[in-house]
Design a binder for this molecule. Structure first.
Ligand code: FA5
Length: 344
């Protein structure tokens, strides 16, 4: 027993001096093997010796060996943590290099422009309504007074999904959905995407944004339509901008008018102007008084109520406002182009 005690003391001393020299993962593992290995580890040899002792001495010896074992384990654990901290890779920082700039996204210019439009109408007491992009023939055409096979349907080059389902060609179907849902007074705008089977060119896209407007109440006249649109356009562009109402045709409005604004790029002075083609005018929207037949289609009495509606091309107007010669730039995903607008 005395022998064993001396051996334990000796082993502890040896362990302390060996472990003090441990400096990396490899030397730590070597020390662990020397003392704790199951086969030839020093501690196991001690346990084997203990087995040769008389039973009454065994428990005391066991306690002494176990306490040395815990001591060694704790010390090794501590060393392991110290080595892990020491060996952690250090990121070298070169303070002379320019900093890394984080990527920051920004709203798309067409979205920004749409928000400007929304704010003007919200300030005029309109509320915002939405509708589905996949529409039925009924809402996109029939309820808007386009009977089946009516030639006016050809003006909207339509992408059909089935005979009855299509990608909406304008935001006007939401007029019908809104009037089905609630009775006048109605004063809404409907921003959203529309689709047409068109080849893109500088002023045409197969997918673009419109903002529809609809006002229905007692005593609404063309003067309300004109006043509202003039106020809107002057707020969006500038107070003195020239505006022109040109007679037009839409099956769902009567009378109808397309609205042009003066070319803010050349003012009609440049025959070769890429924006207006020298005409001095640019069409931005279609409008008109809601056809009484459309009101009847949604069970609103046209004798009592009247209304006006309009549909503005957001991309087309944005192109004009920002003086961009080609609308396709909006969708080419060139960040150098897109980001200029976010900075404004
Ligand atoms: C319509 O879509 C009608 N729904 C507008 C309307 C609403 C009339 C309510 C009366 C009452 P139009 O097809 O003209 O009309 O389109 C309206 C606007 O969308 C145009 O003035 C133009 O600014 C824009 N637009 C039309 N086609 C394209 C296109 N291919 N690419 C980009 N913008 C377009």
């Amino acid at each position: 027993m005395k022998d064993l005690k001396a051996k334990i003391a000796e082993l502890k001393k040896k362990f302390n001096s060996v472990s003090a020299r441990v400096k990396d993962e490899k030397s730590l593992q070597e020390v662990r093997n020397t003392y704790l290995s199951r086969k030839r580890g020093e501690l196991n040899l001690l346990f084997e010796e203990m087995n040769a002792l008389k039973p009454e001495k065994k428990s005391q010896a066991g306690q002494m060996i176990n306490s040395l074992k815990s001591y060694i384990q704790e010390r090794l654990e501590k060393l392991k943590k110290e080595i892990a901290v020491k060996e952690r890779p250090v990121r070298k920082i070169d303070l002379t290099l320019p900093g890394e700039k984080g990527y920051c996204g920004a709203p798309h210019p067409v979205v920004l422009f749409q928000q400007e439009i929304e704010e003007i109408f919200l300030s005029m007491g309109f509320s915002i309504e939405e509708g589905p992009e996949v529409e039925t023939d009924y809402y996109n055409f029939e309820a808007l007074n386009f009977p089946p096979h009516h030639p006016a349907r050809d003006d909207w080059d339509t992408l059909y999904i089935t005979d009855d389902l299509l990608l909406r060609t304008h935001t006007s179907p939401v007029q019908i959905r809104a009037m089905e849902k609630r009775k006048p007074p109605i004063r809404i705008i409907v921003p959203g995407r529309v689709y047409r089977r068109e080849t893109s060119d500088p002023t045409h896209l197969p997918m673009f944004y419109q903002v529809e407007g609809l006002v229905v109440d007692e005593g609404i006249t063309f003067a309300n339509l004109k006043g509202t649109l003039e106020r809107f356009i002057k707020t969006l562009f500038y107070e003195k901008i020239k505006i022109r109402f040109r007679p037009s045709f839409f099956p769902f409005t009567e009378p109808s008018a397309e609205v042009d604004i003066e070319c803010i790029v050349c003012g009609g002075e440049d025959e070769k102007c890429r924006i207006c083609g020298g005409s001095g005018w640019k069409e931005i929207l279609g409008s008109g008084m809601v056809d009484p037949q459309v009101l009847k289609n949604v069970n609103i009495d046209p004798e009592k109520y009247s209304g006006f509606a309009f549909g503005l091309g957001v991309d087309r107007t944005a192109m004009f406002a920002y003086q961009i010669p080609d609308m396709r730039y909006f969708y080419e995903n060139d960040l150098r182009f897109i980001r200029q607008f976010a900075l404004k």
